[in-house]
Design a protein around this ligand. Structure first.
Ligand SMILES: C[S@@+](CC[C@H](N)C(=O)[O-])C[C@H]1O[C@@H](n2cnc3c(N)ncnc32)[C@H](O)[C@@H]1O
Length: 434
């Protein structure tokens, strides 16, 4: 076979490939005639026949393993009938045994820290776990929120990988039984492009419609389920019932707008709160910053020990929920601001900091400001707990931290999203006094 010369010459062709290591994004890396091939539905060490799905003519191709010629020991039959090449794009690892999924995720974190974070092999041998930590409940039936796409006929389904098409499904096996019981795919949803099914940890149930303006509650839906019009930048509005659901974590009850941010695994919030509390070891009288604070989860958990907690969150709706959730804690202040802008204002220095940014990470400016006590603050914090949903962004921010004289003291990797490639990390940073 000759090397490609124009755009898309290999798309639609089948290639026999030896599969190399797992990469960030739910695929493994193979090579074909000097080019990288990102192969989904494969495992490291396998030999597969792969269908090329994209060839932009550049240095890499995308492909799906459509026939496994030599299987790796971690391969299993996908429990979900909608998983596989060209089918639902929601789960990347249905063909992988859960223990092996956790090893793959730890390998991805390690690779990102090495390549983007500049960490040496020896440092990672000492710090990076070989396997992501498992949460209770197993690899299926954990997702408390599922976002379905809706086609022009009003049928709900899920998108194939890198596609806007809507694949009809009858149920999603990673959803909790309560979300599955909402039976969103069994109901018609005319006039909306998306429906999010929410079944909270304390039994509140809602569906969020996008766009929700003027939408009506479908007659076939259980009348006990709230119907909410997605808020976009504003607050979600109830079409029927309440716009907020209750959640339980850190021995408190939380009110969260149904379209707002809350961890989707039922054990995730408590797992992260426990990890952050252990890592920071907050002492009475200390001042905590909870940056990117959402509805106040970490602040609510740490405030009973700390002297003072400052929450910074940019979303007006999340801020309103946080103020309400934390109103029994007089030493907590919630600021509505972008973290980068808030850090430019004069503010009392923090002793410890929680950073829980969105997927894009905190970025160099926020990292510098937090770690150096910039802006005229009296001192830098003694410790920072960084919670990350994207290991690439974490790796880049850790590189920045090291450039300011901080060291990675601890790294934990959690499998908060079984069957998918997504992985959560908690990194603990300390000033490098060595
Ligand atoms: C990963 S969530 C974490 C929320 C919270 N810590 C929790 O665990 O529930 C990130 C939060 O950061 C907020 N956010 C995104 N960009 C921000 C920014 N530049 N400044 C402040 N908050 C931001 C989002 O609205 C969201 O609530």
């Amino acid at each position: 076979m000759t090397a490609p010369t124009g755009a898309d010459p290999l798309a639609g062709r089948e290639l026999e490939l030896d599969i190399g290591p797992v990469a960030h994004g739910g695929h493994c890396v193979a090579r074909y005639e000097g080019r990288v091939v990102f192969v989904r539905h494969a495992l490291p060490g396998e030999r597969v026949r792969a269908l090329v799905t994209e060839d932009g003519g550049g240095s890499y191709l995308r492909a799906d393993a459509v026939e496994i010629l030599t299987a790796a020991p971690g391969r299993v039959t996908p429990p979900c009938p909608f998983a596989g090449p060209g089918r639902c794009g929601g789960c990347d690892f249905q063909h992988v045994a859960p223990t092996e999924q956790r090893a793959l995720k730890a390998a991805v974190v390690r690779e990102q820290l090495q390549r983007l974070g500049g960490f040496a092999e020896a440092e990672l041998d000492a710090l990076a776990p070989a396997v992501a930590e498992e949460l209770p409940g197993g690899a299926l039936g954990w997702r408390t929120r599922v976002r379905y796409a809706v086609d022009a006929e009003g049928r709900a389904g899920l998108h194939p990988h890198r596609s806007d098409a809507v694949l009809p499904i009858d149920r999603c096996l990673i959803a909790t039984p309560e979300v599955q019981a909402l039976d969103v795919p069994g109901v018609r949803w005319p006039g909306v492009s998306g429906v999010e099914a929410v079944a909270s940890g304390v039994g509140d149930r809602a569906v969020v419609l996008t766009p929700g303006r003027g939408a009506a509650a479908p007659a076939a839906l259980d009348p006990a389920v709230a119907v909410v019009a997605a808020g976009g930048r504003g607050a979600a509005k109830p079409v029927r019932g309440h716009a907020r659901v209750r959640e339980r974590a850190a021995d408190r009850t939380w009110l969260v707008h149904a379209d707002g941010f809350w961890q989707v695994h039922p054990a995730a919030a408590d797992t992260l709160v426990g990890a952050v509390a252990d890592a920071l070891g907050v002492r009475p009288g200390e001042h905590v910053w909870d940056l990117y604070g959402g509805v106040g989860l970490f602040a609510g958990a740490l405030a009973p020990v700390a002297g003072r907690v400052t929450v910074v969150e940019s979303g007006a709706v999340a801020v309103a929920d946080a103020r309400r959730n934390l109103r029994d804690l007089p030493d907590v202040t919630v600021h509505q601001a972008r973290v980068d802008q808030w850090l430019r204002r004069p503010s009392p220095a923090a002793d410890v900091v929680v950073l829980d940014p969105p997927r894009s990470g905190a970025g160099p400016e926020v990292m510098r400001s937090v770690l150096t006590g910039a802006g005229g603050r009296r001192h830098a914090p003694r410790r920072v707990a960084y919670v990350a949903c994207d290991p690439a962004a974490l790796a880049r921010d850790l590189r920045t931290a090291r450039s300011h004289g901080w060291r990675l003291a601890e790294l934990r990797v959690f499998d908060l999203f079984p069957m998918t490639h997504h992985v959560e990390c908690m990194a603990v940073l300390e000033p490098d006094t060595a």
